[in-house]
Design a protein around this ligand. Structure first.
Ligand code: HEC
Ligand code: HEC
Length: 203
């Protein structure tokens, strides 16, 4: 019995220290390779069009990092920001990608995401429910089975930029998705940036 207790104590401490190394390693990689642009809090930098990524789910982060690395996102000649991320991901292996996903998911999302002035959020909500909710979720919380990310943690100018890229064919949107018109975009952004994301912190 004593032997068993010693053995399980060893196993348990082994598991615990393995887990803390994952968290530590993830934090280390993020510090070394990502904070220069995304900043310590992951809230991004408008002057370089760097996305706020804090609070994005791990599956989406991992998938996008692989897409950048493998040339599926950022390949278009006019995708200047996508190219920046392509070069940042070239030497990331799948394990680091998974670590980074976990780390970023655990970061506190940006609360104040409204910087643009135009748009009507009531109209935006109607357009959202009609054209977007089927993939991105009833409250824009994201739906993994559709590979559609939440739209409640990114800042409005970043989302606007991505919608422009979708419209211009610079980045590809989900299969079967609908790209909004310019006017709809303003209303949609007013709505999306008004959604309270404090629940996302508890993930
Ligand atoms: C040289 C600056 C720079 C560095 C360093 C950088 N990024 Fe980025 N990142 C960007 C830019 C700019 C974008 C916006 C890309 C776009 O507009 O398509 C971005 C976008 C992203 C996205 C996509 C967000 C979304 O909502 O789809 C993820 C995820 C991301 N970065 C993670 C990382 C991680 C993890 C690291 C560290 C390994 C990192 N980035 C390092 C500049 C950088
Ligand atoms: C058929 C499913 C589908 C529909 C409908 C859809 N989307 Fe998407 N959307 C996706 C998928 C999948 C992605 C991820 C694309 C990728 O992997 O690069 C995405 C990505 C996005 C992004 C980029 C997010 C980021 O962090 O970079 C924005 C913005 C977006 N969608 C907005 C919308 C809006 C607004 C609508 C409604 C007008 C809409 N989507 C309708 C599936 C959909």
């Amino acid at each position: 019995m004593k032997k068993f207790m010693v053995l399980s104590a060893c196993l348990l401490s082994g598991v615990l220290s393995a887990e803390s190394t994952v968290a530590e390693q993830a934090e280390q990689i993020f510090k070394e390779r990502c904070t220069a642009c995304h900043l310590d809090d992951g809230h991004g930098l408008k002057s370089m069009k760097v996305a706020s990524i804090a609070g994005l789910p791990r599956w989406y982060v991992a998938q996008q990092l692989r897409h950048f690395r493998d040339g599926k996102r950022g390949a278009h000649v006019n995708d200047v920001e996508g190219k920046m991320m392509q070069s940042m991901t070239q030497t990331l292996d799948d394990k680091s990608v998974a670590f980074l996903g976990k780390h970023i998911q655990g970061m506190k999302p940006l609360k104040k995401r409204r910087t643009l002035k135009e748009g009507d959020k009531v109209v935006g909500e109607k357009v959202y429910k009609k054209d977007c909710a089927s993939c991105h979720g009833e409250n824009a919380e994201g739906v993994r089975s559709k590979l559609a990310p939440p739209l409640t943690v990114q800042i409005d100018w970043y989302l606007e930029g991505q919608l422009k890229k979708f419209n211009e064919g610079i980045r590809s949107h989900g299969e079967g998705s609908k790209n909004p018109t310019k006017d709809q975009t303003k209303d949609l952004l007013a709505y999306l940036s008004s959604i309270d994301n404090s629940k996302d912190e508890e993930k």
